[in-house]
Design a protein around this ligand. Structure first.
Ligand code: FE
Length: 338
């Protein structure tokens, strides 16, 4: 009896699933959840009639969930942050290649791969304590490894995707030996063992616990735009540098996504990716997290980011960042960059 009930339940479930697959719907697994997202998704439904079912979660958990669901995953699109995580989804064979003239025309070649696309960019900048460090001392990522900064560098974990992608870019530009020497130099300069997120590093710099640290630009922008008096006070003490302006440019990371190989709604999925590259969607996408659009012609007005001034970005293809993730982790491990 029990097995018949099970059978009926399974049949009903698969019926419901196939009905859902034919419906105009899109299942989005997203590690993003910002204020502007409501408008971002509502506009897509308005334009296409395709309803969006959103599953939101932490980046690594969502990836794990898609893996566990395997061939039965209802996920059509996976959106996440950082080239390292997008590269991981690619390595696991989760993404399907997409062929779209719209995406190829709108997303710059260095910001897309065969099966995933970037939709916004962020930069990894140097933040320093203005009372303690002269800006001339911290113009390049290399400076963080300079012995004159001994005991002055704070960092989040070397295993974190942001730091993995930065080291991947150093490997791509300068080779493994130099990347390892850099990682070792930074470890020697640590003010404390790595802990916390980027905002914690900025606050530690402001508090004088360390002289210098790295942060993604949106954390800087968030604190600059904060109305809390303690954040405003902290930011008065902190200077921000665009690193490597005379050489390779400031390291750029991305948020982005792709269509899953097992997507039940492939046509809707491609439409959605194309929508994310449209002018309006680009604005919402970037604004939600104080980032920049990937489409060149789209401009956003963000007073905090604008206040940091113009800079030369590193145009290294995101594909190359993806390629060196494993090597980057091995180098950090050898360097004791925990
Ligand atoms: Fe972040």
């Amino acid at each position: 009896m029990k097995s018949i009930v099970c059978l009926i339940a399974t049949t009903l479930a698969s019926l419901a699933f196939s009905v859902q697959a034919e419906e105009k719907a899109l299942n989005l697994y997203s590690a993003r959840h910002y204020q502007t997202d409501e408008a971002l998704y509502a506009n897509f439904t308005k334009q296409t009639g395709i309803r969006i079912n959103r599953i939101e979660g932490k980046e690594d958990e969502l990836l794990e969930r898609i893996r566990n669901e395997g061939g039965n995953s209802p996920a059509d699109i996976f959106l996440t942050v950082d080239a390292a995580r997008l590269a991981k989804a690619h390595e696991l064979g989760l993404f399907a290649p997409v062929s779209s003239k719209t995406l190829d025309a709108r997303v710059p070649a260095n910001l897309r791969t065969d099966d995933w696309y970037s939709f916004s960019t962020r930069a990894r900048v140097i933040v320093y304590n203005k009372a303690e460090i002269k800006p001339a001392e911290v113009q390049n990522y290399d400076d963080l490894a300079n012995p004159r900064l001994k005991g002055k560098v704070c960092s989040r974990s070397g295993s974190h995707p942001y730091n993995l992608s930065l080291l991947a870019s150093i490997i791509a530009h300068e080779g493994e030996a130099k990347a390892e020497a850099w990682a070792k130099g930074v470890v020697t300069n640590f003010a404390r063992a790595p802990k916390g997120g980027d905002s914690d590093q900025i606050k530690a710099v402001a508090a004088g616990e360390c002289g210098v640290a790295l942060s993604n630009t949106y954390y800087v922008a968030r604190l600059l735009r904060s109305t809390k008096p303690e954040d405003q006070k902290a930011m008065e003490k902190v200077g921000v540098i665009w690193p490597n302006q005379a050489t390779t440019g400031t390291h750029i990371n991305v948020s982005g996504g792709g269509m899953l190989k097992t997507a039940p709604h492939k046509e809707a999925a491609v439409k959605f990716l194309e929508y994310l590259a449209s002018d309006d969607a680009q604005r919402y996408f970037a604004d939600g997290n104080n980032e920049w659009p990937v489409v060149d012609s789209v401009k956003v007005v963000n007073p905090a980011l604008d206040a940091l001034g113009k800079f030369k970005p590193d145009n290294l293809p995101v594909k190359n960042l993806a390629m060196y993730q494993v090597k980057a982790q091995m180098i950090y491990d050898r360097a004791g960059y925990k």
